[in-house]
Design a protein around this ligand. Sequence first.
Ligand SMILES: NC(=O)c1ccc[n+]([C@@H]2O[C@H](COP(=O)([O-])OP(=O)(O)OC[C@H]3O[C@@H](n4cnc5c(N)ncnc54)[C@H](OP(=O)(O)O)[C@@H]3O)[C@@H](O)[C@H]2O)c1
Length: 342
Amino acid sequence: MRIVLIGFGTVGQSFVKLIDEGEDYLRNRYGLEFELVAVSDIIKGSVMDPEGLDKAELLKLVTKTGSIKSYSQNDSGFDSVESIRKSDADVVVEVSWTNLETGEPGITHIREALSLGKHVVTSNKGPIALAYHELNSLAKEKGVQLRYECTVMSGTPAIILGSEGLAGNKVMGFRGVLNGTTNFILSRMEQGATYESALKEAQGFGYAEVDPSADVEGWDAVGKTVILANTLMGARLKPLDVKRQGITGITVRDIEESKKRGGALRLVAEAWTEGSKVEAKVSPKTVDSRDPLARLSGALNALTITTEGLGDVTIIGKGAGGVETGHGIISDLIAIKRLSGH
Ligand SMILES: NC(=O)c1ccc[n+]([C@@H]2O[C@H](COP(=O)([O-])OP(=O)(O)OC[C@H]3O[C@@H](n4cnc5c(N)ncnc54)[C@H](OP(=O)(O)O)[C@@H]3O)[C@@H](O)[C@H]2O)c1
């Protein structure tokens, strides 16, 4: 399977490390060989080799110099769109920045790849939250696959559970804790920390960004809620359609109140059906102590999908991290091989 990688940050580098170190296992177990034919990153540089790039050398270079511009072969300097056009690849792995307002640059990358008849695997929430239906129709028209497992709960298989595992079961709604940073902060506050000190601790562990607003104001969870509602329930929501309240106003007193009521305060992402409409919301809520979402501590994520035939099905696991996301990308690539015979 010939791959173009767009974005060589945390996820891009973890993915390359995993396919390099796991080469024998992936060949023996799945009959899969990954040839990395191009890597394009807006600052670190772009390189291309139809014979396959040396993954270990790329990783060594980026770790040492923060760039891949001095890679030993000289077919380089293309931007991301040129890399998709010029490389003779089967799959584009799109792991550039998420932008939940415009979906760019991801939408352009994915549209370009699908138009050229290439499969796409992405962990980028922006394009899937804003343009899933358009991009999926294009994929169908071109006879290729668009896979986005890692946009929700990273490598924990939430999307494939809802779309393939539960296929044939009507999804009536879902409830989840889909943002690890806010769950970590709320869990620490349950143990007595203030919001400010819990946030600092989350930043120290690398869970929260220096600018934590996407997490603590609920936007990250909104993006994931839209993706789940649109792809599992056939909704046509945009991020602004989701009612949103983050955790910035939560105090230790609110946490105590929830405890007194026999539950735990969580940032809950949910969607439900009202007549023929799908409604969605992200907000801090007291969940009953018997609920799997209440028992979730630290940076873990959980998702309960409510189906017509099976009732509730819950999945719990890690929701972020380069390695976790890299594994999810490999699982999408294996699914492409299985379904399209690559
Ligand atoms: N990290 C996680 O745990 C996780 C989990 C699930 C999903 N995701 C999603 O996966 C994606 C990648 O995450 P990450 O943590 O790897 O982020 P990251 O470390 O910031 O990496 C993103 C990379 O994309 C590059 N980039 C941005 N625009 C580009 C363009 N137009 N062409 C080529 N490269 C471009 C950036 O370049 P420079 O930085 O060199 O400028 C950066 O190296 C994001 O969309 C994120 O939301 C991440």
